[in-house]
Write a protein that binds this ligand. Structure first.
Ligand code: NAG
Length: 175
């Protein structure tokens, strides 16, 4: 009897995970078809690495999870830039651009927090506006280095951050 219950529990859990996986793949497919900047593989991977997404049962659950994920990444990248500034190991002429990036990540963090409030109240239109504002920040950070003709030490991080913000932004267009 105990064994039987375990077997049933196993299949119930398996079904839950499979359902979440299908939701993730279908949603990422739709989003990538609508937005050529959004990479399907990165979208699926980003959700599959996130415990909150694995149990999502709806598109709104995925929007919430991916916005939280984008906010964590923003704080992570801000920390990387602050570490570079503290270490003083940066190319000459890059300090002011690095400091500007820290401010841009703060702005992105604020926009993402606003978006989270909107999402929790089901206001996806306002969430979309705040996510769009946040999406501009990694590119603006990169522009600061280009203007000074110096190499950005965080290009890869900014590309990843862009994708992380693009996912919930694309998903808010799917309601
Ligand atoms: C992100 O924003 C929230 C609220 O706007 C703030 O409380 C938090 O300290 C910010 N995090 C960072 C790392 O700046």
């Amino acid at each position: 009897m105990k064994f039987f219950v375990s077997v049933v529990m196993f299949f119930v859990l398996l079904k839950c995970f499979t359902a979440a996986q299908t939701l993730i793949q279908d949603s990422c497919k739709t989003a990538a078809a609508k937005d050529p900047n959004l990479k399907y593989d990165l979208c699926v991977q980003s959700f599959e690495q996130d415990p909150q997404s694995k149990i999502a049962t709806s598109l709104s659950g995925l929007v919430l999870a991916s916005t939280n994920n984008a906010a964590s990444k923003t704080i992570n990248v801000k920390g990387i830039v602050e570490t570079i500034l503290k270490s003083k190991k940066y190319a000459p002429g890059t300090e002011s651009a690095l400091r500007t990036c820290v401010e841009l990540y703060d702005d992105a963090n604020d926009s993402l927090k606003e978006a989270l409030t909107n999402i929790k109240s089901g206001d996806y239109r306002s969430a979309n506006v705040h996510l769009s504002a946040a999406l501009d920040e990694p590119g603006t950070c990169e522009d600061g280095f280009k203007e000074k003709h110096v190499k950005s030490p965080v290009t890869n991080e900014n590309n990843v951050l862009f994708q992380k913000i693009l996912i919930p932004l694309a998903f808010t267009n799917m309601f």
